[in-house]
Design a protein around this ligand. Structure first.
Ligand code: NAD
Length: 499
């Protein structure tokens, strides 16, 4: 198989897409010759076939990473920042191509979604480029005859395993702080959406990163992901994906006691109190579940509405979604909701919709696939709202990861707090109220890594992102995200003759 494929994207852009493994700044075949087909969610057809990394390819990438790790660590922070800024410039230049690839391979609507991921990648790269020359330890002096200080050292070789819902963004969230802090990175993309990051490999070449600094492997989780997570020469693993896989990663990482960051699943509640600004609450609720087809780890997929405003809220939500969340082909400018990413996700979500109906939840809207002419071939599911959900229902407790909102009624703050904390997850939560004391008290008492008061899902690259309980350990983004890519070394200096 050739190492590039000439493609004309549906919006007319022509590219030569690499299909190899990006190792040591070159695209190469996998040792076994194994490949993966990447499927178009809008049509079910194969977009491209790319090489698939297995254990031997991971070993090769780790060898190259080890070779460059010390010299990369010893570059100045300013230099590392320049490389990251260069990559940001190149991604910004190719915004249309990268956005188009995300739309094509990931099913994101291009104009209303995919291109914004590229903008966010650029901002994240620039943000951590800015940090690269500002990483330093502290001086600790208790005894005047003894000086101690810390330096913040990179781990060395870092592995990053990411999901398919934000193929570019999850990659950049992970590699930008790692490289800024002086680590070298091996990224394993999702086998479902490998294409856009292969194109980024070309930009890494163009930016002239030292070979081996940033390598990109397409590969399957059980084989390539596991090889990376368990490799004894990889010192740190960052994982973004489901809670079930997160557990496996933590086990695999124990091989050499790797540092681990886990960004896992969620079932985030959104609470609408009776005193809420209902218009605002409706808009944020809809955005928080239907943006990106509900494939967002922090999606507010459980909505708790006070009994006094329950039916009014549901009616307004339905009207708003019908108007503001049109479903359609991913290259049409007005489309907001695209297809689910894969046949497997499509089947899983329709399965949950069926479960919701059987469990006795009321379908307010949607509840089925979209069979309109130009959507019938793809994995399109109509934005779905269930009402009258009970605490024990599966659609209330399990992550569906699709455009499905489960709504319930509540009558007191105590009751809704119990509902909010009832799942195994603790990623995000949102509260709508005009009572600031209640808002802050709820924010304190909800078991979750992130809380939004009077908004939802407006994450910010300057602010830490991550979960508690089954949603993971560690944080990404902001200064907190950077701290996960260095460890403090303590240096003791004897200034006298103390023995
Ligand atoms: P997944 O767990 O199936 O896969 C995630 C990644 O792990 C993929 O690259 C996959 O190949 C790899 N993988 C699978 N099995 C592996 C193994 N045994 N060893 C090593 N790697 C393995 O998740 P997904 O379906 O790709 O993504 C959806 C999930 O991701 C949802 O649960 C969602 O909530 C979560 N997610 C979380 C965040 C966050 O920041 N908390 C962000 C995005 C997505």
């Amino acid at each position: 198989m050739s190492l590039t494929k000439d493609i004309t994207l549906p919006d007319g852009l022509k590219i030569s897409l690499p299909t190899g493994l990006f190792i040591n700044n070159e695209f190469i075949e996998s040792k076994s010759g194994k490949t993966i087909d990447s499927i178009n969610p809008s049509t079910g057809e194969v977009n491209a076939t790319v090489y698939c990394a297995e254990e031997a390819d991971v070993d090769l990438a780790v060898d190259y990473a080890k070779k460059v790790a010390t010299s990369w660590r010893d570059t100045t922070g300013v230099e590392r920042g320049e490389y990251l800024n260069k990559l940001a410039d190149l991604m910004a230049e190719d915004r249309e191509i990268l956005g188009s690839l995300e739309a094509w391979d990931g099913g994101k609507t291009k104009a209303t979604n995919a291109v914004y991921d590229v903008d966010e990648c650029v901002s994240v790269l620039r943000y951590y480029a800015g940090w690269a020359d500002k990483i330093h330890g502290s001086v600790i002096q208790n005894d005047p005859k003894k000086l101690a200080y810390t330096i913040h050292e990179p781990y060395g070789v870092c592995g990053h395993i990411i999901p398919w819902n934000y193929p570019l963004l999850m990659a950049i969230w992970a590699i930008a702080p790692a490289l800024a802090a002086g680590n070298v990175s091996i990224l394993k993309t999702s086998e479902i959406t490998p294409l856009s990051m292969l194109y980024v490999g070309l930009l890494v070449q163009k930016a002239k990163f030292p070979p081996g600094t940033f390598q990109i492997l397409s590969g399957e989780g059980k084989v390539c992901g596991n090889a990376l997570a368990s490799h004894v020469d990889v010192q740190k693993i960052s994982f973004t994906g489901s809670t079930a896989t997160g557990r496996l990663i933590q086990k695999a990482a124990s091989a050499n006691l790797k540092a681990v960051t886990l960004e896992c699943g969620g079932k985030s509640p959104i609470i609408i109190r009776a005193d809420a600004d209902i218009e605002q609450a409706v808009k944020w609720t809809a955005m928080g579940i239907f943006f990106n087809q509900g494939q967002v780890c922090t999606s507010n997929s459980r909505c708790y509405i006070h009994a006094d405003v329950y039916e009014d809220f549901l009616q307004k939500l339905k009207e708003h979604v019908l108007e503001a969340y049109p479903q359609g082909p991913v290259y049409e400018d007005k489309s907001v909701v695209g297809p689910q990413v894969s046949q497997m996700q499509f089947d899983k979500i329709l399965g949950y919709i069926d479960i919701g109906k059987k469990e006795g939840a009321r379908v307010v809207m949607g509840g089925e696939r979209n069979t309109e002419a130009d959507l019938a071939k793809g994995f399109f599911i109509k934005p779905t709202v269930f009402a009258d959900c009970k605490p024990e229902m599966r659609i209330i407790n399990e992550e569906i990861f699709g455009p499905v909102l489960a709504c319930s009624k509540f009558s007191s703050d105590e009751e809704v707090l119990k509902f909010a904390n009832q799942t195994e997850y603790g990623l995000g939560a949102a509260i709508f109220t005009k009572d600031i004391a209640v808002a802050h008290n709820m924010a304190r008492n909800i078991e979750s890594g992130m809380i939004w008061i009077n908004s939802s899902n407006d994450s910010d690259l300057h602010v830490p992102f991550g979960g508690v309980k089954g949603s993971g350990v560690g944080r990404q983004l902001g200064q907190y995200g950077l701290e996960h890519y260095t460890q403090a070394k303590a240096i003791h200096v004897n200034l006298g003759t103390r023995l």
